[in-house]
Write a protein that binds this ligand. Structure first.
Ligand SMILES: [Zn+2]
Length: 105
């Protein structure tokens, strides 16, 4: 798919001509989603990582949402986590907290 980099927890692909490119890179999630849909995302549409892992760009893990849908998916959780000043970025907030697995210590 070309040169990639990781930034803000996302995988980006170098593509300066893509309508959703940001400083010459477009989120790989968007490219995968567009391939899955067979069309370009509209400016109102956003990619959402179903499992909350922003680097899991598997087509099965990606769904298209509108901006407002995406907000409502994340909003309640963002609010709660904001209080603790962590995990504020959309698409990381739906990750379920892993139970502590330090029994073998
Ligand atoms: Zn999301």
């Amino acid at each position: 798919m070309g040169l990639t980099k990781i930034s803000q927890g996302y995988v980006w692909v170098k593509n300066r001509w893509h309508p959703k490119a940001n400083r010459g890179y477009v989120k790989r999630a968007i490219l995968v989603l567009e391939q899955k849909l067979g069309r370009e995302l509209t400016p109102e549409e956003m990619s959402h990582h179903i499992d909350g892992n922003r680097m899991n760009d598997d087509p099965a893990n990606l769904e298209v949402t509108t901006r407002s849908e995406h907000m409502s998916i994340h909003k309640p959780v963002i609010k709660r986590w904001d209080k603790n000043k962590k995990h504020r970025t959309p698409c990381s907030v739906t990750v379920k907290r892993r139970p502590s697995t330090e029994a073998t210590q």
